[in-house]
Design a protein around this ligand. Sequence first.
Ligand SMILES: *Cc1c(COP(=O)(O)O)cnc(C)c1O
Length: 398
Amino acid sequence: MTLSNDARLGLDSLAVHAGRDDLMALGVHAAPIDLSSTYALPGVDAGGDAYERLATGGDVGDGSAVYQRLWNPTVARFERALAQLEGAEEAVAFASGMATTTAVLTAARQRRGAHVVAVRPLYGGTDHLLASGLLGTETTFVDRVDQVAAAVRPDTGLVMAETPGNPTLELIDLDALVAAAGDAPVLIDSTFATPVLQRPLDHGVALSLHSATKYIGGHGDVLGGVVACDADWAAAIRPVRAITGAIAHPLSAYLMHRGLQTLPLRVRAQQATAQLVAEAAGAMPGVRAVRYPGLPGCDPLGLVGPGRQMAGPGSVLALEVGSYALAAAVAEGVRLFTHAVSLGSVDSLIQHPASLTHRPVAPEAKPHAGVLRLSIGLEDADDLIADLRQALEAATGS
Ligand SMILES: *Cc1c(COP(=O)(O)O)cnc(C)c1O
């Protein structure tokens, strides 16, 4: 099957076939998982050349893969597939979303400068990494896109943002952000949107990052991350990955690649259910507000809809109940939802961001203690709605 090189293919066809061009020649139908930690070398000179090429960000070409930390064919197949879905020249896959962010920040610091402008809200782990300065970066945090231009400096290596934002689903206008960043490259954490709903590079964004642990893996059984970008960025990021040892494991890459095949189907089905849950939740006892881009008022810039920046609202929503006590009682009172961090799995999850995912975030940027984040899975909408209602009724005594 070589159809995946055909740019006219639709998203669903690409998702099924991308990155699988070499399987026919190999005589297999499913992608093989190459677990080799090291690779036999054809000769000392050829081995040395291959090592040099891979350790400095080059491609394997016809040479040896040398060592799994440098290159792996199972990982490379996933990367090719993800790059096609993002409309990117290349993609680089990692052992986790945070390993991806770490490598991009390190590469940006080397290429452009150590200053970062970050638009809050961000995933708690990302906020923590930036605020800690652990990687030698210095971060200016802003709360709105119209504050970005004034925060950018000559040594700004990266402007970072998330849309939809974690945990309260704020949306950022990518065209406005790219304009505000000027010459500084923009990184978008597109984890909540997936390449099915949003393609940041089409808006001039330099780097589109995913925690593949979430929707791309999709079944809660793989940790991974990936960034889609142009060939220059990929060549800068790959050596960081090789030196720091952050490459995705081949089994993880296999699962992420397989996840892409059902990604459009899962995203659309989970989104349709999320819309129903979001609409129903607004009328449940104890719920003060529902944050979901598919609800009136939650997309003030009109960014969501067919042909717009985000093709649909996705399947993460936030509920504002009055207090910590109520939020805790609901998280502990659900039966069909699982009380757990993470999102994007086939099963529905609920968690309390202020205590968990956003625990390390500075007080001024921490989500309210009465906020719950829900990730909607593939269960029946009626069952999820009934579960949420019984948990809220029990928690409010109504
Ligand atoms: C989970 C998550 C991350 C971190 O990814 P890991 O795979 O857990 O390292 C980054 N950004 C967002 C939006 C996430 O949800």
